[in-house]
Design a protein around this ligand. Sequence first.
Ligand SMILES: *[C@@H]1O[C@H](CO)[C@@H](O)[C@H](O)[C@H]1NC(C)=O
Ligand SMILES: *[C@@H]1O[C@H](CO)[C@@H](O)[C@H](O)[C@H]1NC(C)=O
Ligand SMILES: *[C@@H]1O[C@H](CO)[C@@H](O)[C@H](O)[C@H]1NC(C)=O
Ligand SMILES: *[C@@H]1O[C@H](CO)[C@@H](O)[C@H](O)[C@H]1NC(C)=O
Ligand SMILES: *[C@@H]1O[C@H](CO)[C@@H](O)[C@H](O)[C@H]1NC(C)=O
Ligand SMILES: *[C@@H]1O[C@H](CO)[C@@H](O)[C@H](O)[C@H]1NC(C)=O
Ligand SMILES: *[C@@H]1O[C@H](CO)[C@@H](O)[C@H](O)[C@H]1NC(C)=O
Ligand SMILES: *[C@@H]1O[C@H](CO)[C@@H](O)[C@H](O)[C@H]1NC(C)=O
Ligand SMILES: *[C@@H]1O[C@H](CO)[C@@H](O)[C@H](O)[C@H]1NC(C)=O
Length: 695
Amino acid sequence: MPKIKYQLIPTDETTCIEKRPRKFLMKGAFFFMGLLIIAFYNLRSTGTESKNRTLSLVKMTEITEQLGSSQFEKGITSFTAKTSSIKEGKTTGPPEAFTESSFSQSPDELGTNTSNAIDSEPEVKYFVNSPNCRMPYPNPFAPDILKIYKKQPYKVCDKSRDLITVKFNETDSTYRLHQNENCTCCFRQILPPGVLDKADNKFKLHYCVKFPQDFLVPTNVTAMITYCRRPPYDKLSQKDAFGFVHPREDSIEYNKTSSGRRPSVLLWGIDSMSRMTLELTMPRMYEYLNAQHWFELQGYNKMGINTFPNLMAVLAGFNESYAKKQCRPDMAGGLDVCPLIWKDFKDKGYTTAFAEDWSLHSTFNWKKVGFLRPPTDVYGRPLILAAEKMIQKAHYSEIPFCLGRKPAAEYVYDLAVQFSRVNRNSTFFGLFWTNTFSHNDFSMPSAMDEKMVKYMRTLEKNGIMDNTIIIFFSDHGTRIGPLRELDIGFVEERLPFMYIHLPVWIREKYPKFVQNLQLNRNRLTSPYDIYATLRHILELDTSPEELPRPEGCPTCHSVFQEIDWSRNCHKAGIQRYWCACIRFTDVSKTDNLAKTMANQLVDEINEFLMNSGEAERCRQLRLDRISSVRRDGTSNIYEIKIYVLPRNACFLAEVEWNPKDQSIAIWVPSISRVDIYANSTACTKVKAVEKFCIC
Ligand SMILES: *[C@@H]1O[C@H](CO)[C@@H](O)[C@H](O)[C@H]1NC(C)=O
Ligand SMILES: *[C@@H]1O[C@H](CO)[C@@H](O)[C@H](O)[C@H]1NC(C)=O
Ligand SMILES: *[C@@H]1O[C@H](CO)[C@@H](O)[C@H](O)[C@H]1NC(C)=O
Ligand SMILES: *[C@@H]1O[C@H](CO)[C@@H](O)[C@H](O)[C@H]1NC(C)=O
Ligand SMILES: *[C@@H]1O[C@H](CO)[C@@H](O)[C@H](O)[C@H]1NC(C)=O
Ligand SMILES: *[C@@H]1O[C@H](CO)[C@@H](O)[C@H](O)[C@H]1NC(C)=O
Ligand SMILES: *[C@@H]1O[C@H](CO)[C@@H](O)[C@H](O)[C@H]1NC(C)=O
Ligand SMILES: *[C@@H]1O[C@H](CO)[C@@H](O)[C@H](O)[C@H]1NC(C)=O
Ligand SMILES: *[C@@H]1O[C@H](CO)[C@@H](O)[C@H](O)[C@H]1NC(C)=O
């Protein structure tokens, strides 16, 4: 009997598979539909709360089957009670009172019952704890994590003194280039390349124009590279790159009357960072967010594998397949016609901006064509491209971390600061996204911790917080590397952090939003809800029923409205595979079933390599050890984690076990490789084969 193949996981970022073999899909379609049905109805947790408060995550899931449901029911009751008491406090107090006092809950108060009378041992904590979703809150400081975490100091990219300082004049929003030493300098203007097929990967440079002391930057110059020479002027002393945001000529002051006032919006994003990793690696920022009463969504669960699907859900409300169909990121001009949310803001008179570091890995450019025309009024990409090309780079964990004299991420954040400052009397929408200090090494964000707080303080000082809704968030957690290999890797990968700042006037005018955001803190949310929230921000006074719903998740809605406590992943637009709610129970690794499945899994991979045409380049894999086997509820679906030789590669797969013919069904390309493998696969150029190929 031929094995049935099916797809459970979308393709992987670093090993992106563009084309799926058709025949597998055809065979799998029927079975896959069945699976989906099981998935939708299976989300109800059958779990119970564990008695052993020190149990690790995995142990915890093991127990869930053995205990009755009474303890769990009790847990829920107390949770409800707590929630409703907060509700009461809210509605009885005046708005001022609750904006202050209601923020005083400790970060994990809602998700757990901290006053456990039975024992004083540390408890199992949950981000979400409802009948349809128990989402574990693993300890970010667990010993196995601390063992691989290496706190990093701030990286000084260039110790030499600035030869040029940009002086910004608040009154007329102009910039002057001040030379700090007696030297001669010229600048090359960075220009967008015009409309070409590969426009988003090119830039133009003007010839070098000599400029005098305190030179006034012309308003048509948005980015430049400067070259300075000290006496005797025979060699280059310093190169630098700068971006400038000028005021829009037609900018209008925002309407300050209460009825007509609109908030600005800043999306401030860090790639690949979970809520746990934020708490661990950026303690200052974490403390800042809590102390400054930002609203957190602890049950924020990613909806797709990597950046593109998750950001498309936020920016367009589309699921991945629909985003690819509607926006054609692989075709020149495809993304230009995509209905991204900044267009809606633009239509309402907002000034828009988008900037991202690491040009190669940028959201709309990694294996995609990008934009032919600048998608927003202010667009950071030409500056980043030119800086990457024209000034020196320093790499950390294989990312161009330093770009000339400062970290690449700071070009993006400096632009954000300048953009919001120049436009602060009108309304603006900006997306500022960074990859370079978080993408490859989960420890690296610690290097930017204090800097990040400084940026927030700068926004405060500039008065930006008074009229701007800031969404500080990530797209997913760590997907590859040692952290992902740990048991907590499953949750780590699925739970990006999500914080929201609301200006005081919004909190006062819409007290219900505040109340709902606090309720939603420990409820299951997804990127689609954030899209719905952005649509809500566009029309704050529209009633909930009339607000548009995301195409990819019609049951999702603004987080300013109360999210259903008993929501499941399906209702939040999250596929079963990406759902972080507990559904697995441990199966013994030494079990015959575990061994059989693991061996078949390795055979399947080897067969895939054989048939790939790359067989002579890639070595045959051997099972080294089974790391874990977990069963999905009472179904025949198992998640298997194995290490294979050579090179101790780590694979994760969800397989369907068929007891009748004693074999697994698996669609090989859906298998994840979670150890760092980028440079062990150089001998093959076949994308689909890369993650399996050990040269
Ligand atoms: C709880 O689990 C720990 C770690 O697995 C174990 O050492 C301990 O004996 C357990 N305690 C109880 C009361 O089951
Ligand atoms: C916490 O749990 C204990 C024991 O299970 C229970 O007596 C108590 O009411 C709970 N407290 C809250 C605030 O839920
Ligand atoms: C800023 O610009 C205003 C108006 O052009 C001018 O009067 C003022 O002197 C400038 N400030 C500085 C510090 O240059
Ligand atoms: C700058 O250098 C020139 C030539 O070396 C000299 O004439 C001038 O006085 C210097 N200016 C300052 C401010 O040091
Ligand atoms: C920018 O404006 C200056 C005049 O302020 C003009 O001389 C120059 O040609 C313009 N450059 C471009 C690229 O438009
Ligand atoms: C501000 O908005 C209100 C309500 O929409 C409107 O009545 C008022 O005329 C606006 N004021 C200005 C200065 O545009
Ligand atoms: C914004 O408005 C304030 C007060 O009206 C004014 O002092 C400030 O210069 C303005 N800023 C910009 C960038 O227009
Ligand atoms: C994606 O969204 C489109 C449009 O809403 C829908 O037709 C399609 O079924 C969705 N696909 C998946 C896999 O959910
Ligand atoms: C990958 O290559 C870099 C140098 O290019 C090397 O330093 C690093 O150790 C390699 N990583 C692995 C996992 O082999």
